[in-house]
Every structure is written in structure tokens, then in C-alpha cells.
Design a binder for this molecule. Structure first.
Ligand code: FES
Length: 163
């Protein structure tokens, strides 16, 4: 199970790179710095793969229970969540449509410094802005879009897969 999750995360994030660089890795550009502490898959409790926390990750997809307290905000139009365990940005754009993107910023790979206002994501590392369809608006990401993932909802379960 852990092996499968690692395979998925390897494609969804750059955690494997960070794991090889040590226990703490800092990305720096301009004056702003993001502390990225890698996920140590070997020491993670198997229970983290269970539905206890409202999600389940395997080698091919991430499933999220939209009725779970950790994710129910996604049932509301405009509701969004940064989901670090899956390296995702999730947003409800209305009409029961939830979109999913990699939370790894295409500029300098910050992944935990996100804000969402006026239907736009802002990477607050260096203020790149993206529409809620992932397309680049402004900032140092310079024309690079957020990586979009397939997101489908069925029976209040959101399933996110690579395209
Ligand atoms: S990492 Fe620089 S704007 Fe996101």
C-alpha cells in the first residue's frame, strides 16, 4: 500500500526529490522562502491511507469523502482546499463542479503557499496568479499554467487522477 502511494505521489509531487535532499529543504527566490519539510513515507502510519481522515490514496488515484469534515467545504461554490497529502489544490467552481490541480507552483515549486480569492489562486511565494481553470494570469510563473488533474464526483466521493 505504501509503495503504491509513493508511486502516485512521485508523479503528483516532487516529494521524492525532497527526500533525497535531507529532512528540510528551502526554496528561495527574492526575499520569500517556503519551508518544505518532506513527507517521510517510510515512517508514515498505514492508517493515514485509510478513510479515517476523509481520503484514500493509491497508485492510480486519490479518493476524497466530501462528507468528511476535512473536505465538506468543497461542497460549496467557491470552497477550496489545499490538500498537502495529495499535493493538490481543489476548488468548487459552481454547478457541482470541482477542479483539481497540482499544488506545485510552476514557477519555483512552492506548494504550501496558496490563497484563493476572486476566483483566482495566488501562490504567495512570489505572487503568481492563476485562474480557477489553472491558466496563468500574472507573476513570475510567466505563462505556465497549473497542472490540471481529472476530478470526478460520484456519491459524494471525489476521485482525482492524472490525465
Ligand atoms: S513559486 Fe514563485 S510564484 Fe509560486
Amino acid at each position: 500500500m505504501i509503495k503504491n502511494r509513493r508511486k502516485f505521489l512521485k508523479t503528483a509531487s516532487s516529494s521524492a526529490l525532497f527526500a533525497t535532499l535531507g529532512s528540510s529543504f528551502f526554496i528561495s527566490c527574492s526575499e520569500k522562502v517556503e519551508d518544505i519539510t518532506p513527507v517521510d513515507d517510510e515512517n508514515k502510519n498505514e492508517d493515514e491511507d485509510s478513510w479515517e481522515n476523509g481520503y484514500n490514496i493509491d497508485s492510480t488515484n486519490i479518493k476524497i469523502d466530501l462528507n468528511h469534515n476535512n473536505f465538506k467545504i468543497l461542497k460549496n461554490t467557491g470552497g477550496w482546499k489545499r490538500f498537502d497529502e495529495g499535493a493538490l489544490l481543489l476548488v468548487n467552481v459552481g454547478s457541482d463542479i470541482i477542479r483539481a490541480f497540482s499544488s506545485i507552483c510552476p514557477h519555483a515549486q512552492c506548494r504550501t503557499s496558496w490563497a484563493y480569492t476572486n476566483n483566482n489562486f495566488t501562490c504567495t511565494c512570489h505572487d503568481s496568479i492563476f485562474k480557477n481553470d489553472g491558466s496563468f494570469v500574472s507573476g513570475p510563473a510567466a505563462g505556465q499554467d497549473l497542472k490540471s488533474l481529472t476530478a470526478k464526483v460520484e456519491d459524494n466521493i471525489l476521485t482525482v487522477t492524472e490525465d
